[in-house]
Design a protein around this ligand. Structure first.
Ligand SMILES: Cc1cc2nc3c(=O)[nH]c(=O)nc-3n(C[C@H](O)[C@H](O)[C@H](O)COP(=O)(O)O)c2cc1C
Length: 198
């Protein structure tokens, strides 16, 4: 980690969901001091929706899912993050989180945030038995299964986890977390001169 990196930061895990994918990217755009964890499926979906993460999220650190051990989640151990946002969360990622499985960047950062008592906000994709969702070529109807809906309910009982089911609720939960943070310390003259940023 660079010495000049501003902490604590917001960790955001992006999964391979088309549902509310562009809205989540727009929300991330306004957040300073952001680390983004991108699953392999999310990286593919980003390409399908013809988005460019680096261009959209200038200044954010972007970690891609290229290692088995999910090395970047080690930042959780050093107090780098005040909050994890997992959004949008696919039914796959929610199911793994509920089962305690950590085998992707998103499931690993959720597990390690929990073990380090970093609060998580999870925006689950599957929230109703019948939903409209944005596919790359237009709106489609999907019917989340009982198991998908049950897993979302189970996740609500997890420690240090707030599950939200709508975009406005995600925005409210995120703003509440950011507002609860202590005010950042005044910038030192050295940092101002160097213009350091992660
Ligand atoms: C264009 C596209 C959109 C998708 N949207 C969703 C979605 O809204 N919800 C969902 O649960 N899975 C969705 N999927 C399937 C997931 O990407 C797939 O289950 C993947 O294995 C999830 O991996 P991850 O949870 O590690 O990101 C979508 C796949 C594609 C190709």
């Amino acid at each position: 980690m660079s010495e000049a990196l501003r902490t604590p930061r917001l960790a955001w895990a992006l999964t391979g969901s088309g549902h509310y994918f562009t809205e989540c990217l727009a929300l991330m755009g306004g957040i300073p001091d952001l680390d983004l964890f991108v699953t392999k499926a999310a990286a593919e979906v980003v390409r399908m929706y013809k988005q460019d993460l680096a261009a959209l999220l200038e200044g954010a650190r972007i970690f891609r899912d290229t290692t088995a051990s999910a090395g970047p989640v080690g930042h959780c151990y050093h107090g780098v993050y005040h909050t994890l946002v997992l959004a949008p969360a696919t039914s796959n990622t929610v199911a793994k989180c509920v089962a305690g499985i950590s085998d992707s960047l998103a499931t690993n950062v959720y597990a390690q945030a929990g073990k380090c008592r970093v609060p998580s906000i999870v925006f689950a994709c599957d929230t109703a038995p019948e939903m409209e969702t944005e596919a790359p070529h237009g709106t489609v109807k999907v019917f989340p299964r009982r198991i998908d809906l049950e897993n979302v309910e189970r996740l609500k009982a997890f420690e240090a986890t707030e599950v939200v089911e709508t975009l406005p609720d995600l925005e409210r939960a995120l703003q509440a977390r950011l507002a609860a943070l202590p005010a950042p310390e005044a910038e030192s003259p050295a940092r101002r001169r160097g213009g350091a940023r992660g």
